[in-house]
Design a binder for this molecule. Sequence first.
Ligand SMILES: CC(C)(COP(=O)(O)OP(=O)(O)OC[C@H]1O[C@@H](n2cnc3c(N)ncnc32)[C@H](O)[C@@H]1OP(=O)(O)O)[C@@H](O)C(=O)NCCC(=O)NCCS
Length: 335
Amino acid sequence: MKSLEGSNSRIVSVGAYRPARAVPNSEIIDRIESTDEWIRQRTGIESRNFARPDESVIDMALAAAKIAVERSKLSIEQIDTVIVATITYPFQTPSAATALVAALGNPQAAAFDISAACAGFCYGVGMAHDFIKSGTSQNVLVIGVEKLSDFTNPDDRATSFIFADGAGAVVISASKEVGISPTVWGSDAQSRDAIVMEPSWIELRGEIDGDKWPDIKQQGQTVFRWASFAMSKAAKRILEKAGVSASELAAFIPHQANIRIIETMAKEIELPDSVIIADDIRTSGNTSAASIPLAMDALLTKHPEAGGGLALLIGYGAGLVYAGQVVQLPPAWNS
Ligand SMILES: CC(C)(COP(=O)(O)OP(=O)(O)OC[C@H]1O[C@@H](n2cnc3c(N)ncnc32)[C@H](O)[C@@H]1OP(=O)(O)O)[C@@H](O)C(=O)NCCC(=O)NCCS
């Protein structure tokens, strides 16, 4: 059998889409007996963005993808593989990725979705790297997109202030240099019940009347403890596998679930002050699969000097599942 010539890979560009409507804590609190101060202190969240009712996962993914492709300087026809990470596309099949490639005008690209919740983007980055390394793909578009406002109960005190909408995309291309480390990934599936979306479509069969709809439910403290400590250990394993020390990082871009989790992780990994820590949670909330590319875009907008530097990425969420890698950040477009 002929072996294909593989290559290293790197992220060549990032793009983001945030829905126009910013929703401050003051709009959320009345229905859950909460306060702006409590939400800020316990999560870091000040506001988040919600999509319009008529704005779909595909609309948001398309907007982010177009920016990433434009910044990559590639033509859309050069993108041979499209991976969409999402848990809020409301159809099992055909996939969000096929809707996206059709909308992008590149309907012959390989296209599929992955369901790995808030770890989905890093699962996609790992796959994109491996596809390029093995010679299967040359230029891969990885998108994390969520419309969590459709799947969050505004009266649920444990979730309504956390989740939000948005899309982030990266283009990953073959490269001479090593721009993406091997991925560290896994699951902790005995804690599957810690974050769920229910009832299932089957339970809802014939019952959709506006009152019943799948919503996310979570055991906040269980997830908080797991994220803070097990994920700090996973982050250390990512650095070890990459052969990179914390002091060599330009940035730390973890899943944006809670600022206290992010700060605990940064302490456990012993990040020096020189490392820029993504805190997009403050104005974007938790956008699940979209959170890391949105945070990457925000970080490079604010700190263009970090472009080309190394960043530690780690995503974790429902499953429970996790994945992460060290990547070379794309050049900032605004530097
Ligand atoms: C959800 C989360 C912010 C809750 O914070 P917490 O500190 O664990 O809150 P607790 O559930 O322990 O509740 C603490 C107190 O706040 C109160 N509280 C809970 N929710 C509240 C809310 N929305 N507003 C105001 N008070 C609230 C509780 O009643 C409790 O009060 P008490 O001390 O008088 O009994 C936190 O657990 C978390 O971020 N978990 C991880 C979530 C996550 O990462 N999810 C996504 C993974 S992808």
